[in-house]
Design a protein around this ligand. Sequence first.
Ligand SMILES: [Cu+2]
Ligand SMILES: [Zn+2]
Length: 181
Amino acid sequence: MKILSYSQPTRLLSAACIFTFAMAIPARGAEPTTAVAVLHPTKGSQTSGVIHFQSVSDGKVRVTATMEGLALNSVHAIHIHEFGDCTAPDATSAGGHYNPEGHPHALPDKKERHAGDLGNLQADAQGKASLDLTVDNITINGSKNPIVGRSVIVHEKQDDGSQPVGNAGGRIACGVIGVAK
Ligand SMILES: [Cu+2]
Ligand SMILES: [Zn+2]
């Protein structure tokens, strides 16, 4: 009888201990769900900003960006580039468009495009721009075209969707994509 009367609460207590212990440790290898890049001006540029990436439903990623210091009322290409390396004064160290699938360049309305093709930003009369776009061809750090460790580049001109890279001109801001909390 002694064993029976003690066993139930003891079992509950151990279950509670294991649960508490498990909750205290983040699951190893869990995929991060948000990433961020702070974009700094390249040499001679005034453009800076922040871009956030967040996993949403159906394996999609919501991309939100705010930029400032752009030419007034102008349109600027924004892409994820292959390397997370903004060290060159003109940001050429970031390499070309992030394109693990080997697709041609395109604007986001085309399903088949570089994974890094985020289209354009429209600057207002104060030189500020924002972007809110949901895409289905990248993940934060999953198996499909992970973006962590790559970079985001804003260009001096509009991406016109043409080959090979949208005719967007020089690079005016660059930031490396990292895991966010
Ligand atoms: Cu680019
Ligand atoms: Zn591209």
